[in-house]
Design a protein around this ligand. Structure first.
Ligand SMILES: O=C(O)CCC(=O)C(=O)O
Length: 512
C-alpha cells in the first residue's frame, strides 16, 4: 500500500462557508512512510495497471512526467533516484518541503528552475504550484487551458508559444516519489465498485411531516426522502446551458478561494483532472440571481427554520453546489450544530455518514473542535480508510443520492460526499424546535469566536438568537430545555436497565 497523506484543514470543522484552504498549502501532506511495494510502469498506464484492484481512468492525462512510486526503486536493482541526484544539497529535504519552498517562487523563477535538472523539472511542474499561481494572480478571471501551468503561461505571457518545449511535458526516467505519484494516482482513480455498494439508509416516499419528525428528526437519524421536490422548476430546468444563460457573464459565484462566472467554471470543470477539483459552493446565489431562488422551495419537512427570526443577520444558510465527478466535501460536521437537507437536481452523490459519537477513521478533530486533520482528498480517504469501516461495530450510513432525491443530515453527524458525475444541488441548514436547545448550547460555548461560522458577529450570535426567539416565542426555550432534561433522565434510566438486562433473552444478567 502507498503511504497515506494528511492535511490540516484550516477551514473550521463547522464551516460551510468553504473558506479557502490556504493556497500555498494546498499540496501539503504528511508521508507516514516511503515504502510502496507494487511495481508500476510509469507509461503508458493501461486500465488494468492497478494497485489492489484500483483502476485508473481511461482518460488519465500523460503529464505525470514518469514519476514512479518509491517502492519501484527497490525493485529496480542498480537504479538511482534522479529525484535525489538532481536536487543537489536539497535532496535531504522531504518532497513536501521542497514543494513548500518552490511555492514561494513566481512563475518566471519556476520556469527557470525547471531547466536546472530533471529533478527540478519534475518538481517545478507539480500542478498545484501553478494552480496556486493562477488563483493568487488571476483570481477567478482565467480560462482554464488544459493544465494549470498552461493556464498561467497563456494568461501571463500571451506572446509565449505554449506548444513550445518549455510548456510541453517530458517524461523523466528513474524519478521515484510517493508524494508526487500519489497525487497523480488520486486524481486519476476510478471509484471502486465496492466503495459504492453499501446502501443502508432508510428511504421514504410520501411520508407526513409528523412521521418525519417523530421517526427521524426526533431521533436525529438520517433519511433519504424521495419524491418531495418533484414540483421544483429547478428539477425540470436546471442544466448547465440553462444556468449559463440565466446567470450570464457578469454574475460570479464562489469557487474555493476565488469567484468565477458559470461559463468559466464549466470550462475548468470539463477539462480538469485533479485530486481535489475546485467546487462551486455559493451562499449568495439567490441574492445574485433571484430566479435561482424562485425555482425551488424548501421541502415540506424543513419549513420550521428558527434562525429565520434573525432576518438578515442569520448565518449563511443556503448554498448552490456545482461540481464535476470527483469533486465533493471531505468529512465535516455542519456549522453551528444545525441540521441540513441536500437536494440533488442533476447528477448523483455518494454519501458516507457517521453519528456524532463516532469519529470517522482517518479523521482527527482538535480537542476544541475548531480544526480537523484528515486525508488530503476524498479519494485518499476511500483508498486508505474506507476498508476499516467494514468491521466497525457502528457502520456508517451510506447511500447514493440521485437527481430528485433529498437527504436529511441530522445535526452533529460527520459526513463526506463525492460527486459520481457532474452534479448540481441545493442545500440548506436550519434550526427547528428539535435542535433549538442544542444550537443555543453550541453558540454559547466559551470558544464560540472560533467555532461559530457563517456570520461576522460570532460572539454575539448567542444573545441575538436567544433574545429574538424569546421575543417571537415567549417561554419556548424554557419549555424545550425542560423537555430535553426529561429526555436525558429517561435515556439514563433506559441505559441502566440495558446494562442489567440481557436483551437477547429478556432476562436479568447477574455477575459474581
Ligand atoms: O458536497 C455536497 O453536496 C455536500 C455538502 C455538504 O456536506 C454540506 O453542505 O454540509
Amino acid at each position: 500500500m502507498l503511504s497515506f497523506r494528511m492535511r490540516n484543514l484550516l477551514s473550521r470543522v463547522k464551516t460551510k462557508t468553504k473558506k479557502p484552504i490556504r493556497n500555498k498549502n494546498s499540496h501539503k501532506l504528511r508521508n507516514q512512510n516511503h515504502i510502496s511495494i507494487k511495481k508500476y510502469s510509469p507509461f503508458p498506464i493501461e486500465e488494468d495497471d492497478t494497485e489492489e484492484g484500483f483502476s485508473i481512468k481511461t482518460s488519465a492525462p500523460s503529464h505525470t512526467h514518469g514519476v514512479q512510486p518509491l517502492g519501484n526503486l527497490y525493485l529496480n536493482p542498480g537504479s538511482i533516484n534522479s529525484r535525489d541526484t538532481g536536487l543537489g544539497n536539497l535532496h535531504t529535504l522531504t518532497d513536501e518541503l521542497v514543494l513548500e519552498i518552490l511555492g514561494f517562487l513566481d512563475g518566471t523563477n519556476l520556469g527557470v528552475l525547471a531547466s536546472v535538472s530533471k529533478s527540478f523539472y519534475v518538481f517545478t511542474n507539480h500542478e498545484p504550484l501553478w494552480r496556486n499561481l493562477v488563483l493568487e494572480n488571476l483570481f477567478g478571471g482565467f480560462q482554464y487551458n488544459g493544465s494549470w501551468k498552461s493556464t498561467f503561461v497563456s494568461a501571463c505571457y500571451p506572446s509565449f508559444d505554449i506548444s513550445s518545449s518549455d510548456v510541453r511535458s517530458f517524461k523523466v526516467r528513474d524519478f521515484y516519489s510517493d508524494y508526487l505519484f500519489q497525487s497523480w494516482l488520486c486524481a486519476n482513480l476510478e471509484m471502486k465498485p465496492e466503495w459504492l455498494e453499501r446502501d443502508n439508509i432508510v428511504r421514504k416516499k410520501g411520508i407526513s411531516v409528523e412521521e418525519f419528525v417523530v421517526n427521524f428528526e426526533e431521533f436525529n437519524k438520517p433519511v433519504l426522502l424521495e419524491g418531495c421536490i418533484d414540483n421544483w422548476d429547478a428539477l425540470r430546468n436546471w442544466d448547465r446551458d440553462y444556468l449559463v444563460q440565466l446567470c450570464g457573464d457578469d454574475v460570479k459565484f464562489a469557487v474555493g478561494p476565488v469567484e468565477m462566472t458559470l461559463g468559466d467554471y464549466f470550462g475548468y470543470s470539463d477539462q480538469v483532472r485533479e485530486e481535489r477539483p475546485m467546487y462551486l459552493f455559493d451562499p449568495n446565489f439567490a441574492e445574485k440571481v433571484p430566479k435561482l431562488g424562485s425555482e425551488y422551495e424548501v421541502p415540506v419537512y424543513f419549513r420550521e427554520d428558527l434562525f429565520g427570526v434573525l432576518g438578515d443577520e442569520r448565518p449563511d444558510y443556503r448554498w448552490i453546489i456545482i461540481g464535476p465527478a470527483g469533486s465533493g466535501s471531505s468529512f465535516h460536521v455542519d456549522p453551528n450544530s444545525t441540521s441540513a437537507w441536500n437536494a440533488v437536481i442533476k447528477g448523483s452523490k455518494k454519501w458516507v455518514l457517521f453519528p456524532p459519537d463516532v469519529i470517522p477513521p482517518g479523521v482527527h478533530p482538535s480537542p476544541d473542535g475548531a480544526d480537523v486533520a484528515s486525508p488530503v482528498s476524498i479519494i485518499e480517504w476511500f483508498m486508505n480508510f474506507y476498508g476499516a469501516t467494514k468491521n466497525w461495530k457502528k457502520k456508517p450510513i451510506e447511500c447514493i443520492c440521485k437527481a430528485g432525491e433529498v437527504i436529511f443530515v441530522p445535526n452533529g453527524w460527520w459526513h463526506l460526499v463525492i460527486n459520481l458525475e457532474e452534479s448540481i444541488a441545493i442545500t440548506q441548514n436550519y434550526v427547528s424546535r428539535r435542535n433549538l436547545v442544542n444550537v443555543l448550547d453550541f453558540l454559547k460555548r466559551p470558544n464560540a469566536s472560533t467555532l461559530v461560522s457563517g456570520t461576522k458577529d460570532r460572539v454575539n450570535l448567542y444573545d441575538k438568537f436567544k433574545n429574538a426567539i424569546e421575543a417571537s416565542f415567549p417561554g419556548e426555550i424554557d419549555e424545550l430545555t425542560q423537555k430535553e432534561e426529561e429526555k436525558k433522565i429517561q435515556q439514563r434510566k433506559l441505559s441502566f436497565w440495558d446494562s442489567v438486562a440481557d436483551a437477547n433473552v429478556g432476562a436479568f444478567k447477574f455477575s459474581f
